[in-house]
Structures are given as structure tokens and as C-alpha cells.
Design a binder for this molecule. Structure first.
Ligand SMILES: Nc1ncnc2c1ncn2[C@@H]1O[C@H](COP(=O)(O)OP(=O)(O)OP(=O)(O)O)[C@@H](O)[C@H]1O
Ligand SMILES: [Mg+2]
Length: 221
């Protein structure tokens, strides 16, 4: 953090845990307090990354295997870092990013069958030294996530497909908790099973604490 004045915060966790909701709320609160905030997401976020995103989402890379896809994701991340995130941090902005390196570690490494060493090498190149100052890992049991989805859907007990989904979700969830345990200075586990307000209040308090009140909601800068 020594060579830059901004704050880089990432949000991680499984599908539907509330990442986008909490990013929106944190951005609103910080902007109202006078902070310059950039909200961005992956894959994409810069013209070069959007071009690669198009290749990935069209399925054109799929035939060349998961390693090819992982390298393309890393290329997109590097462009996003160099063209968008690093310049914003250099101007002193608070950058909020929806998914970053931990998603690659988990989705491509843990449940994507790529070796951890290969993924780590790619992340080293992709981030080129720009790692989050703070990462919120929104943690929700698979059953609770499924219940949220079912409130919209309306079925009963999980069928076989949903059971597989639950197992995969729990595997990813545990992998996120393992990352948090191994990087306690960067990561904060957030109980995502509570109300949106309670989660938002905890997140802002943790941001203030982690930045020695450099980023505060009361402050008008
Ligand atoms: N604390 C909460 N309690 C109950 N429902 C919530 C909570 N936070 C978000 N939701 C609802 O859950 C759904 C998913 O939220 P959101 O889109 O923020 O999650 P996400 O992690 O960004 O999902 P995705 O991985 O699909 O992008 C939305 O319908 C949202 O309104
Ligand atoms: Mg989202």
C-alpha cells in the first residue's frame, strides 16, 4: 500500500450471497461521505478485458481447454488492473471490485480441476503487485442460499441435481474459509445470513477500522 494512496476492497463468496447488494450500499455510503469511489467487476472492466470477456463468453476458447480459459481470464485481469484499478488507486479512490483473485483460486482451482500452483502463477502475473487491502468473504450455507432462491422458485426438498449443487457450494464455501484463515490481515468473513442493514453496518465499521479511519462515513473530505 506504500506506493499508492487509494484503498482496494474486493467482495467474494458464492452465487447470490449478496456481493452486488453490499457493494452498492458501501459505495453509496462512502460517496455520501465525500469519498471518490470506483465500482468495477470481473471479467471485464476495461476495453481489453471486455474483448477477452467476449471470447470467453462466446465459448470460442472452450475447445482449447480449461488452462487456455484460465490464461485468458488472467490476461483480462491484468488489463483491468493496469488500465482501471491501478490508475484509480493512484488518484486516491476507494476501488470496490466484485470478485477478484480468490474467485479464480476457487472456481478454476478448487472446483475447476486446475492445479493451485498454476493458478497462483497466473494471479502473480495478472495482479502485478496490486492485491486487495481488504477482502470481504460473504459466507452463507448452501441450504440458506438455496432457500433464498426457492422463495422465488417454490419447490420442496432438494432433488439430486440440487444436492450436487449443494456439495459444490459447500466445497467452495470451505475453500473461501480456508483462504480467510491463511490471510487474516486481508480477509474478513461476513455472516451473510443476516439482514442487509446489519451486514452493511458491519462492513462499514470494518472498512473504517482497517483503514485507521482514513475511509470513514462521518468524514467529509
Ligand atoms: N442480507 C440479505 N438477506 C436476504 N436477501 C438478500 C440479502 N442480500 C441480498 N439479498 C437478495 O439475494 C439476491 C442476491 O443478491 P446479490 O445479487 O446482491 O448477490 P450476489 O452475490 O451479487 O449474486 P451473484 O453471485 O449472482 O452476482 C437478491 O435477490 C438480493 O436482493
Ligand atoms: Mg452480483
Amino acid at each position: 500500500m506504500a506506493d499508492r494512496s487509494g484503498i482496494f476492497i474486493t467482495f467474494e463468496g458464492g452465487e447470490g450471497v449478496g456481493k452486488s447488494t453490499q457493494i452498492r450500499r458501501l459505495a453509496d455510503r462512502l460517496r455520501r461521505a465525500g469519498h471518490d469511489v470506483l465500482v468495477t467487476r470481473e471479467p471485464g472492466g476495461s476495453p481489453g478485458a471486455e474483448a477477452v470477456r467476449h471470447v470467453l463468453l462466446s465459448g470460442a476458447a472452450e475447445a482449447f481447454g480449461v488452462r487456455m480459459e484460465a490464461i485468458l481470464f488472467a490476461a483480462a485481469r491484468n488489463d483491468h488492473v493496469e488500465e482501471v484499478i491501478r490508475p484509480a488507486l493512484e488518484t486516491g479512490a476507494v476501488v470496490l471490485c466484485d470478485r477478484f483473485v480468490d474467485s479464480s483460486r476457487i472456481y478454476q482451482g478448487v472446483t475447476g480441476n486446475l492445479e493451485a500452483g498454476f493458478i497462483e502463477e497466473l494471479q502473480r502475473i495478472a495482479t502485478n503487485g496490486v492485491m486487495p487491502d481488504l477482502t470481504f468473504i460473504l459466507d452463507l450455507p448452501a441450504e440458506a442460499g438455496l432457500a433464498r432462491a426457492r422463495r422465488r422458485g417454490g419447490d420442496e426438498a432438494p432433488d439430486r441435481f440440487e444436492k450436487e449443487e449443494i456439495e459444490t457450494h459447500e466445497k467452495r464455501r470451505q475453500a473461501y474459509l480456508d483462504i480467510a484463515e491463511s490471510e487474516p490481515l486481508r480477509c474478513r468473513i461476513i455472516d451473510a445470513g443476516r439482514s442487509e442493514d446489519a451486514i452493511a453496518d458491519e462492513i462499514i465499521a470494518l472498512v473504517e477500522a482497517a483503514t485507521d479511519d482514513r475511509v470513514a462515513v462521518e468524514q467529509v473530505s
